[in-house]
Design a protein. Sequence first.
Length: 287
Amino acid sequence: MNFDGFINEIKKNDWNIYGVEVYEDEKLTHEWGDTKDTPHIIFSCTKTFLSVAVGIAWDRGLFDLDKNIFEYIPEDVYKKYDPKIIDDLSKISIRRLLTMSVPGYPFRPEGDSYLDFIFSCPIEDPDKNEFYYCNICPTFVSVALTYAIGEDLYDFIDREIIKPLGIHVEKYFRMPEGYFYGASQMVMTLHDISKLGLLLYNKGVWNGKRIVSEEYVDMATSVQIENDRYGYGFYIWKYKDGFYISGKWGQHCLILRDEKLMVTYTGFVPEQAEDVENAMIKYILES
């Protein structure tokens, strides 16, 4: 590992990276920049918090991944929408929504009502099981999970994940209707993202306490659908024999259990996110 080489590359290219942490065998061994003081938006890393919440509900028998969202969302919520769209959506399991395998949706919900938006999006082909990354799928899951657990989803995540891990959430986003928006926009420090990574590294255990089952973590972090990278799990990306939590424009937590290694960095690099990732691989993984 050439940690200094990675940091020098960040400085040389003037990349807007806030900080970096490297863990070896669960111990923080290298640290640079602002890792604990300043919270930043983590964009789609939020989806991994949603995934863990799904796992906890699944463990408790509250959420069946092979059912569709209408097993949980009351009819009053969706009865006013196009019956053809509702019928097509009823053919899609929650498992497919977790794996982003519903092609053709817009990237994100918009407008004054996310429900009006997402339930008005026609589905290209409900039987076409193909990777297609968007924020519509986790929006559906967020709404369905809220009804499945019978309480506000953020309150559930706060009690079951955030507080046990000692994470401080500076901000989070709700849909216009009030549902927790599990697709994006939570705000926290780099070190707090690392805590979520360590939970997954330890297959659902934090400080000796089981948070989510090993069975679910194994599913969520393994290839559930192929894509043009290394595959995708349940709102978690695969990387070779490992996996990573990812947010757009420079939030990344890579977990490699076999190598006993975890790397987290955060930043805002809309044009250089791939360059930063490649430099991390070169200096941290391959040196």
